[in-house]
Design a protein. Structure first.
Length: 612
């Protein structure tokens, strides 16, 4: 029997895989504000390590381009060197034999175009661009720039009330963001280099579950200024602006067109994701902060908007994007066809649908589509199907939302574009006809679907829910004189509406439909700009101090994820689906924080720490 030698190369390759995974985690944790030319040089060096050396463009071109990039990084290059980089990168892209070479060249050329200002600063000013400086990742990635390390440390010290105060320094909706935020703060968490990003939303949820936001005192208001500000819209952006303006000593009048405050948090997010009583905790705290008056069920027309702009020293328009878009297809006006926004809006006023025995089809692939699908399951539908024209991995919905919908019995039909809605003799919807698609070339960052050479398919449907986007009701405000582009209000860099000195605008009605935290960030920015416009520069004290940093625990741990009620139980009701994080789990998760504000770049310059 002959002996077989163990392939030593396979052992080395296995180790390289481990090394590559660690390298991938480092890239994933790339901190915001990193010099893009340095990143390009690092990626090119990786390409040099990957090349087999067979073709001349790759073997000789990559090291020469890398040497020129290093020259730029040392501030020793001139424009001729940049031109030489471009020349050699084009040669590498166009003549290399394999992807290692031609992709390396393509990425260098893309960087030259994307970071032209950075290259110019390195050449002409011998420095990085003014906006290039590393900051604390979680704080920078949070649109409202909440001081994340501070409130995590307060939770770690057992001071959940202090954590709520620290969050409210930059975000007056701690409960809302603890339950429904898409947590962009976790995207580049440096803990990823060791094991996995911190569960920042989970820690925040533990804090507000331990101490309700309405049980934590808000800061004392500044001395009354005598200034009056009107806020049009009581959603996350409008109420954030109202909160901070009230703390600054200004009188605030909120005009809300619906029965209750909350905007799309109440009228767009189902109760199983965000119980209304938890939203009310944040709203009670906000209304208790200062001189905020609310006029409910008060829609504003152009004539009244003219009066309001004259009555008040400043106006903030934050009406959100609460109108549902429809599809321009045959049968879109049939009985049984409705927009997702209308369905969820009725639920916000406790008008729950009864889909017992109905076949429901949801058109769309975003979070709103998942909300509609999961709501339909709870409304007793016989079957629920999501029809989406792209692939599952192309859905804009959060992966956990898609997984939850599938677990609750929702069928995902992908690569299916709606063509028409068939109706019966009475005009009632009976089926959605779709055209199968095939995935094509990448356009605008995502692979685009194109019609496949396949026959149309028919999906039985008694109810068709259209979840393909949201719009704003801009007509009265445009008539008043607020310019809009594709129905979204135009504003300058200070969120001031063009053409009106004292009218500011922000949130979904200015950016298009985004996230709750982005709307909150807009409201916070608007409040600060309005305060400046009124002649003040107020500084706010949150009433909590940042605890001293503990030594880092660099032991690798598993990330604590928030558990949910079993799908078989939760799909039968509208009760909240997530389970509480235990004190033991919260302590472990807090202990994983590396306190980048103390040990990292935050200790050098204090930037990106959510300071007013």
């Amino acid at each position: 029997m002959s002996m077989i030698l163990i392939d030593e190369r396979s052992k080395a390759d296995a180790k390289i895989v481990e090394l590559s995974e660690a390298y991938a985690r480092r890239v994933e944790a790339m901190p915001p504000g990193t010099c893009p030319i340095a990143v390009q040089a690092g990626l090119l060096e990786t390409s040099a390590a990957q090349t087999c050396g067979k073709c001349t463009p790759c073997r000789e071109g990559i090291p020469r381009i890398k040497a020129l990039l290093d020259k730029v990084l040392r501030y020793e290059a001139d424009r001729s060197d940049v031109a030489e980089i471009a020349k050699r990168a084009r040669l590498l892209r166009d003549t290399a034999d394999c992807a290692v070479g031609y992709d390396a060249g393509a990425q260098v050329l893309k960087g030259l175009e994307s970071f032209a200002d950075e290259y110019e600063c390195h050449i002409s000013k011998a420095t990085c661009d003014a906006g290039t400086r590393q900051t604390v990742p979680c704080v920078t990635e949070c649109p409202a720039h909440v001081n994340v390390p501070a409130y995590i440390s307060l939770v770690q010290e057992g001071d959940c009330a202090g954590a709520v105060k620290m969050i409210r320094k930059d975000n007056p909706f701690p409960t809302a963001c603890a339950l429904v935020c898409e947590h962009p703060c976790e995207a580049h968490c440096r803990r990823t280099m060791i094991d996995a990003p911190l569960n920042i939303r989970g820690i925040k949820k533990f804090a507000v579950d331990t101490v309700g936001a309405d049980k934590v005192s808000t800061p004392a208001c500044a001395e009354p200024t005598g200034k009056r500000v009107a806020v049009i819209g009581g959603g996350p952006s409008g109420m954030t602006c109202a909160y901070y303006l009230a703390l600054m000593g200004h009188e605030v009048q909120v005009y809300e067109s619906r029965k209750k405050l909350g905007g799309m948090m109440r009228y767009g997010i189902p109760a199983y994701r965000f119980p209304r009583e938890r939203l009310d905790e944040d709203i009670r705290a906000i209304l208790g902060a200062g001189s905020i008056q609310v006029d409910y069920e008060h829609a504003i027309d152009a004539e009244e908007m003219c009066k309001i702009a004259g009555w008040y020293d400043a106006v903030y328009v934050a009406i959100g994007a609460q109108g549902g878009k429809t599809l321009d297809i045959e049968g879109a006006d049939a009985t049984g066809v409705m927009s997702a926004v209308d369905l969820l809006g009725k639920i916000g006023d406790d008008e729950y649908p009864d889909f017992s025995g109905k076949k429901v089809v949801v058109v769309g692939g975003g979070n709103v589509a998942m909300d509609c699908a999961r709501t339909s399951v709870r409304a007793g539908a016989e079957s629920v199907t999501v029809a989406y024209r792209r692939r599952l991995e192309d859905m804009t919905a959060l992966p956990e939302e898609v997984e939850a919908a599938i677990a609750e019995g929702v069928e995902m039909l992908t690569l299916q574009a709606p063509v028409r809605i068939e109706t019966d003799a009475g005009g009632n919807a009976r089926a959605l006809v779709v055209q199968p698609q095939r995935i094509g070339a990448v356009k605008r960052g995502r692979p685009a679907p194109v019609a496949a050479a396949k026959p149309e398919e028919t999906i039985e449907a008694d109810i068709v829910l259209i979840a393909v986007g949201q719009a704003i009701e801009s007509a009265p405000f445009e008539e008043f004189g607020m310019p809009a582009d594709r129905t979204y209000f135009e504003a300058d860099g200070y969120l001031r509406s063009k053409g009106h000195e004292n009218v500011f605008v922000g949130g979904d009605c200015q950016t298009g439909p985004k996230t709750v935290i982005m709307a909150i960030a807009a409201g916070k920015t608007a409040a600060r700009n309005i305060d400046t416009y009124l002649g003040f520069e107020h500084e706010l004290d949150c009433g909590a101090e940042v605890p001293p940093a503990r030594p880092n625990d660099r032991t690798a741990y598993g990330r604590v994820n928030i558990a949910e009620r079993p799908a078989r139980d939760r799909k039968g009701d509208f009760d909240y689906v997530e389970l509480p994080m235990s004190a033991e789990e919260a302590a472990q998760e807090c202990g994983r924080c590396l306190r980048c504000d103390h040990y990292g770049v935050g200790a050098l310059n204090g930037k990106g720490l959510g300071q007013w």
